[in-house]
Ligand binder design. Structure first.
Ligand SMILES: Nc1ncnc2c1ncn2[C@@H]1O[C@H](COP(=O)(O)OP(=O)(O)OP(=O)(O)O)[C@@H](O)[C@H]1O
Ligand SMILES: [Mg+2]
Length: 474
């Protein structure tokens, strides 16, 4: 029936020129213009000297009007009450009936009823009402905000990537940044954990304050203790002066605890206390200090498994696991490789402003390589390429690191053109791509690739020839 979330804004609709005109026409015939939608029924204010009246026929009458609205006609006369008939024109938006315009003698000072009008008069009024209903519908269409899919984002803060997993990450970051919650970021090496932590800080209310980073695996236990919490002079050999810890420096800002899986059980207790109470003591001190710090933690270890093995405190795990972001590895978003390549090339160009491009084959190889080291490995590779290529304008794939040449394919996989909607072409393109990928997975071994693809070896050889993939590996 009616679309409950899209009631018509009648207060604005009444200002439509046509409705004003129609009101006047109706008034001259002793009738009132009204409306009906999911919210109920009422007469239009200007139809009755600016005073909005609630339609006198409630309950059943309304239901009768409502049920008539789905008849196909543009307008009709319906009997809402034995003593009352009225003209009804449905407001249809995109196939759904959203309401109706009514004309009838339902206001207190109306003098006539439809039956007193001749058939010709009723038809004229009916056509006008239908015209007005279409106008209302078009008004609704242009003013009702429709839910628009959020635009694809190229990146977020310093994070680059357009792939669907990254779009999902950005949407989460929007919400996470605004909250004060502790965040645990997980992901393989080089997936951008620190970049994401910074993006959260920058987007938060703490963005103008300190963002303090420490790598928990870079220190031994005692040093990390003093690094995090500070120490009192004389607390240990070499503690020649009082020193504040990083928790104090991060006060009112964000503290990024990297490699949090590498922290000793003793320190886990101290960090837990800061998380729970915001308090700590410097090494060798008795004074309890209080800080207001948001913690973002990161690790590439499986903390849950460590909890199960008893090497990580369960209470701390749950404290930092309030929001858990798992960053996708680059091989699961290989469509981002070209934009990342361009981003890193651009950075290189700034240092040495010679226009450099990678050859299409080179980009194809970088895109198909499985990137165990993720974005950091890609970044290093681009830097290496630029150095090795010297003054060459276009950088060819022969300069790529041997491991990348070995585990990638230089075949440029044609993407189906945007306007190519033919199913056979799309299927061929998919078939070709799957073969390229299977050959790459099995280093060109056709027996294993064909088993993987569940086709006979002979069939695979035929397809490899058909698509000219004989050198897919080289
Ligand atoms: N999505 C991305 N866009 C642009 N640069 C990125 C992206 N992800 C990572 N990088 C770059 O890759 C490098 C590694 O990123 P980062 O240090 O944030 O990763 P990490 O997950 O913390 O790695 P590790 O586990 O080794 O500590 C950095 O130079 C960073 O700028
Ligand atoms: Mg890191």
């Amino acid at each position: 029936m009616f679309h409950p979330t899209s009631a018509i804004d009648w207060d604005r609709v009444v200002d439509l020129e046509l409705l004003r005109h129609l009101s006047a026409v109706a008034r001259r015939r002793g009738l009132t213009l009204g409306w009906l939608d999911a919210a109920g029924a009422s007469s239009l204010p200007h139809a009755n000297q600016g005073e909005a009246e609630t339609c006198p026929f409630g309950g059943n009458c309304e239901a009768r009007v409502l049920s008539s609205l789905h008849d196909p006609g543009e307008w009709q006369v319906i009997e809402v009450h034995p003593a009352m008939r009225e003209l009804v024109a449905p407001v249809r938006v995109g196939g759904a009936v959203m309401g109706a315009l009514l004309a009838g003698a339902f206001a207190a000072d109306d003098t006539s009823d439809l039956p007193t009008l001749g058939e010709g008069e009723i038809a004229i009024l009916g056509d006008l009402l239908a015209l007005a209903a279409r106008e209302v519908a078009s008004h609704v269409r242009t003013t009702t905000p429709t839910v628009i899919a959020p635009a694809e984002r190229q990146g977020y803060d310093a994070i680059i990537g357009r792939s669907p997993p990254m779009q999902a990450l950005y949407a989460t970051l929007d919400r996470v940044a605004r909250s004060e919650a502790t965040v645990l970021i997980q992901g393989e090496n080089g997936t951008g954990k620190e970049l994401v932590a910074r993006a959260i800080h920058n987007g938060s209310d703490r963005g103008a304050r300190a963002f303090v980073v420490t790598n928990c695996s870079a220190f031994n236990d005692n040093l990390l203790d003093s690094e995090l919490f500070g120490h009192k002079r004389g607390a240990f050999t070499g503690a020649v002066a009082d020193k504040p810890g990083l928790f104090e420096i991060a006060d009112r800002g964000t503290f990024f605890l990297d490699e949090i899986g590498d922290m000793s059980p003793t320190l886990q207790v101290k960090v837990l206390r800061v998380l729970q109470e915001g308090t700590f003591t410097r090494v060798g001190d008795t004074e309890t200090r209080k800080v207001d710090v948001r913690i973002i933690a990161a690790t590439n270890r499986d903390l849950r498994a460590m909890v199960a093995q008893g090497t990580y405190r369960e209470d701390l795990y749950y404290r930092i696991h309030v929001i858990n972001l798992v960053l996708p590895p680059l091989r699961e978003r290989s469509s981002d490789v070209p934009v990342l390549v361009e981003h890193f090339l651009e950075r290189q160009r700034r240092g040495a402003p010679r226009a450099r491009e990678l050859s299409p084959t080179c980009i194809a190889r970088l895109t198909s390589y499985p990137w165990p080291g993720n974005v950091r490995e890609l970044e290093n590779e681009i830097e290496r390429l630029v150095v090795l290529s010297g003054d060459e304008g276009e950088i060819g794939d022969e300069l790529l690191s041997p491991r990348i040449r070995q585990l990638s394919s230089g075949v440029i996989v044609p993407q189906p053109a945007a306007d190519d909607r033919s199913l056979p072409a799309a299927l061929q393109s998919l078939e070709r791509r799957m073969i390229v990928e299977a050959l790459r997975r099995h280093q060109g071994n056709k027996t294993r690739a064909s088993a993987d693809l569940k086709v006979s070896r002979r069939n695979l050889i035929r397809l490899v020839q058909k698509y000219g993939l004989d050198d897919a590996r080289s």
